[in-house]
Design a protein around this ligand. Structure first.
Ligand code: 9FE
Length: 161
């Protein structure tokens, strides 16, 4: 039985922290679906299509990664791709409470779908898409935080504003 994981997130935009988790997960699971949450409640900087394009570009050298989008319940998307695992990154203890709540909810919705956590590299323990956007907004150096293509697209976004 092949192991298929779904790695959900906003990825607005993808950071080196996300890439770290995806690369580590792709070594463990046969397939990793990196799925962009199409959540109308948030006001994203990048469109879903832009985020998917950036993730595809940044992970193009990882053959068992598939990039997709979903709206609605993660457990329903997981069932649609026959995933038997959810993959999440943990950056610091502060992530744990939220992740525990989400995992408990998903377990209620689908007892058979297990969540696996991978700890990010310590150098990314502070990193989030939000903090990267804040630094990029004021033209700060983000070259060690996101891949070059993401840095370039962020600069374009803030030049437009
Ligand atoms: O960028 C974020 O907002 C974010 C959130 C939660 C996260 N867990 N693991 C990672 Br890498 C990560 C990144």
């Amino acid at each position: 039985m092949s192991s298929i994981a779904v790695c959900p997130g906003s990825f607005d935009p993808i950071t080196y922290g996300h890439v770290d988790i995806i690369r580590r997960g792709a070594k463990v699971f046969d397939k990793v679906y990196v799925v962009v949450l199409n959540n109308s409640a948030k006001n994203p900087l990048f469109t879903v299509e832009e985020r998917i394009s950036l993730i595809k570009e940044v992970t193009k050298d990882i053959p068992n990664v598939i990039v997709d989008e979903f709206s609605g319940l993660l457990v329903d998307y997981a069932k649609s791709v026959k995933a038997n695992a959810i993959l999440r990154g943990l950056r610091a203890v502060s992530d744990f409470e939220y992740e525990m709540q989400i995992t408990s909810m998903n377990r209620v919705l689908n007892e058979d779908l297990e969540t696996f956590f991978i700890m990010t590299n310590n150098q990314y323990s502070f990193l989030s898409s939000s903090i990267v956007k804040e630094v990029a907004k004021y033209n700060g150096n983000i070259s060690t935080l996101v891949p070059p293509i993401v840095e370039k697209e962020l600069q374009k976004k803030f030049e437009q504003k």
